[in-house]
Design a protein around this ligand. Structure first.
Ligand SMILES: Cc1cc2nc3c(=O)[nH]c(=O)nc-3n(C[C@H](O)[C@H](O)[C@H](O)COP(=O)(O)O)c2cc1C
Length: 219
C-alpha cells in the first residue's frame, strides 16, 4: 500500500490489543501528537470533560502490581448486562478465549487470562479516563469521542491500544495510585503500546451487528 491510510482503513485497523510488548516504549512525541488531536473532540458547551491519567515506568508497574494483587485477593464480580446483550458477550468470550486456546469450561484458564486485564495487558503506558462526577451522560458521550479520536490517532501511527472497564472495578486503589482527585469518576482504563504479534488474540476481528439492528432510519 502506498500513501497515507484513509480514515476507513484506520477505523478498520483499530482493534483491542490484549498483549503488549512491555519493553517497546511509546515515543512521547507520538503520544503527544495523538493527545493533541484527541483534544479536538466535540463536547457540550465545549467543557472538554475528559480527564486522563497515564502512568509509565515504575509508576505503571506499581499500579499494575497493586491491581493484580487486589483482583487475586478480591476477585471482580462480572458486571451485569440486560439479557438481550448477553449473547454478544458470550460470542466475544468464545472468540477471545478460543483464540487463546482456552475452553469454555476451563475456569482456571479463563481466570488466568482475565487477570491480565488488571495488569493492563503489560503495555508501556497505562491509565484511566475520568470525568467530573457532577457531569452527565451527554458529557460521557464527549469523553467517548475523545477516546475514539485518540485510539484512531494512535492506530494511524502504528500504535495499539485497549479500552478497559476492568481496571475501574477497583476505583479506590486506582485513585490512590494515580493521585486522582475525589471529584473525578473513573470511566474506563486505557492501555497504549505496541501489540505482541505472536499473541493470537491480537489478530482477532470482532464482528459487528448489521447497521439496521442498531440504527433506525425514519422517513
Ligand atoms: C468502554 C469499554 C470497556 C471495555 N472493557 C474491556 C475490558 O475490561 N477488557 C477487555 O479485554 N476488553 C475491553 N473492551 C474492549 C472490547 O471488548 C472491544 O472493544 C470489543 O469487543 C470490540 O472489539 P475491537 O475493539 O477489537 O474492535 C472494552 C471496550 C470499551 C469501549
Amino acid at each position: 500500500m502506498t500513501g497515507s491510510p484513509t480514515l476507513a482503513e484506520i477505523v478498520t485497523r483499530r482493534h483491542s490489543t490484549r498483549m503488549f510488548l512491555p519493553d517497546r516504549p511509546v515515543p512521547i512525541e507520538l503520544l503527544n501528537e495523538c493527545l493533541a488531536l484527541a483534544m479536538k473532540a466535540p463536547s457540550n458547551s465545549n467543557v472538554q470533560p475528559w480527564r486522563l491519567f497515564l502512568a509509565t515506568g515504575a509508576r505503571r508497574d506499581k499500579l499494575a502490581a497493586a491491581l493484580a494483587a487486589e483482583a487475586r485477593a478480591h476477585p471482580p464480580v462480572t458486571m451485569g448486562l440486560p439479557d438481550s446483550f448477553l449473547p454478544l458477550r458470550r460470542e466475544l468470550g468464545a472468540l477471545v478465549y478460543g483464540s487463546m486456546g482456552i475452553a469454555r469450561d476451563d475456569a482456571e484458564g479463563r481466570w488466568t487470562a482475565r487477570l491480565r486485564n488488571f495488569e493492563f495487558f503489560y503495555p508501556p503506558v497505562a491509565g484511566v479516563v475520568c470525568m467530573h462526577r457532577d457531569l452527565g451522560p451527554a458529557d460521557a458521550v464527549a469523553v467517548g469521542m475523545f477516546v475514539q479520536t485518540l485510539l484512531l490517532a494512535l492506530t494511524e501511527r502504528g500504535l495499539d491500544s485497549c479500552v478497559q472497564v476492568s481496571t475501574t472495578l477497583y476505583p479506590d486503589l486506582v485513585r490512590e495510585q494515580l493521585d486522582i482527585p475525589e471529584e473525578l469518576d473513573l470511566l474506563c482504563g486505557l492501555c497504549i503500546g505496541y501489540a505482541d504479534p505472536a499473541f493470537p488474540a491480537n489478530s482477532l476481528t470482532i464482528p459487528r451487528n448489521d447497521v439496521a439492528q442498531n440504527v433506525v432510519l425514519v422517513d
